[in-house]
Design a protein around this ligand. Structure first.
Ligand SMILES: Nc1ncnc2c1ncn2[C@@H]1O[C@H](COP(=O)(O)OP(=O)(O)OP(=O)(O)O)[C@@H](O)[C@H]1O
Ligand SMILES: [Mg+2]
Length: 143
């Protein structure tokens, strides 16, 4: 599935749309350059479950956990692995233990840094900057 967005709000809307389709247990892996729209998309996705919640980029703290109540989904982990290149450091975060749990969604920016920890069952989401405002978003399901 390939989408083009033209502003911040359209990208948020796409995140919210995906949120409406998730059942719990999904791992969302987000890829794309700095400023490509990954956090914006997750802002929309998280706000679908928790309206008006301020969604901060977890760049410095690496992982944020949100408690949500939507059918069987109870937790959402938002991680940003930009600063972590060492697989041992990433393994120590314990993210893998939460992956594919039925009551949990895991969303990871810079997921390529997971390397061998990248789960087989996942949804890959690619962000490309077409120009200053246009973003190409491609969603692909694996496993
Ligand atoms: N179509 C668009 N969709 C999303 N963001 C856009 C769009 N056009 C312009 N922008 C701007 O691009 C920036 C996207 O920032 P965002 O934090 O979402 O990127 P990111 O991929 O998470 O980057 P990082 O790798 O630094 O975490 C914002 O400043 C936003 O206003
Ligand atoms: Mg970000």
């Amino acid at each position: 599935m390939k989408i083009i967005t033209h502003n911040y709000f359209e990208t948020q809307q796409q995140g919210a749309k995906l949120a409406g389709m998730l059942k719990g247990g999904e791992v969302l892996c987000l890829y794309g350059d700095l400023g490509a729209g990954k956090t914006t998309f997750l802002h929309g996705l998280i706000n679908f479950y928790i309206p008006h919640k301020r969604v901060l980029s977890p760049t410095f703290i690496i992982v944020r956990r949100y408690e949500i109540r939507k059918d069987r989904i109870k937790y959402l982990y938002h991680a940003d692995l930009y600063r972590l290149e060492n697989v041992k450091e990433i393994a120590d975060l314990g993210l893998s233990q939460n992956m594919n749990n039925k009551d949990t969604i895991v969303a990871i920016e810079w997921a390529q840094n997971l390397r061998e920890l990248l789960p087989k069952r996942r949804i890959d989401i690619y962000f490309e900057m077409k120009d200053e405002d246009q973003r190409f978003i491609t969603v692909q399901k694996y496993g």
